[in-house]
Design a protein around this ligand. Sequence first.
Ligand code: MLT
Length: 332
Amino acid sequence: MFIPLTLTGCLSTEERRGEAKEKDVYELSIAIDSQEDTVTGIFMNKFADLLEEKSKGRMKINRFPNSQLGGDGEITEAVQNGNIAFVVQTTAPQVSFVPEAAIFDAPMAFKNLDVARKVLDGELTEKLKEYYANKKLILLGYADQDFRVMSSNKKVEKMSDLKGIKIRTMENPNHIAFWKLVGANPTPMAWSEVYIGLQQGSIDAQENPIETIVASKVYEQQDDIILTNHILHTLCLIGSPSIINELPEELQKIIYEAADEAKVYARKMTDERNESRVKIIEDSGTKIIPFNEKLFNDMRAASEPVWKSLEEQIGKDLVNTLRSEIDKAEKE
Ligand code: MLT
């Protein structure tokens, strides 16, 4: 919501253009579908704090965590329509609005967070900004909640170990295709059924970021967490052009600066939180199997048909940009 809270009265139009704009206080909303005690919530709060600090109170940010303004689809639509100024969310639900956000479904893209974060700050994101803009969204930056990794009750040390493993996946055709290509048996299932599915043995494995694995206590039902790093869990900050572009220029500048700083902070928090969550898993007796370059490369080679299919879904240019940005980042 965009409401100038205080407007200087009794001024001529000319005066208002200059003087009043400096005194107006703008009340803006930011919403997330997630709970506040997540990196999504931390990203939201840091960004909101920075906007208030840097604007010396000229921007007042109302924060709505925990689906208070609706689920991911509804809040994205509200940003498009100019009813909410900002949203932080992962890219998966954005695909319904900006199909090109499916570029982050490309499996086995990033070996580690260093490579992923370099790519997220590079040319790919510059190109994606145009696709978001075409859909009435301003892409302000990407942080991450680390990678989706596999947890399993069957040993996975090499690619042949994946053969036939019944792994729960999300209802995402690119994810399902990927798990089939590496030899597993993907089983889409509601997230709420995963814990019991593992407990009862109707599935052997699942995949999610470490933070989610700990928050849901899924590790209690798994022998191993295998650091497959197969898909990045992106966190994307978007803004509403019909709100942002109407703000005084100096406030617009603050928004872009704050987004950059909040993104870096959210990444740091991801790293810190992961350390403590890894300890919780290890203390429980569930093993963490470290990143294995050979397994990663074998899974990457097998997943090539998903990349080809993405070229058809969202165009060769974006997929080629991702490929070349990864190459560049891996060599740095
Ligand atoms: C899933 O695997 O369904 C999600 O990553 C779980 C979540 O939303 O936290």
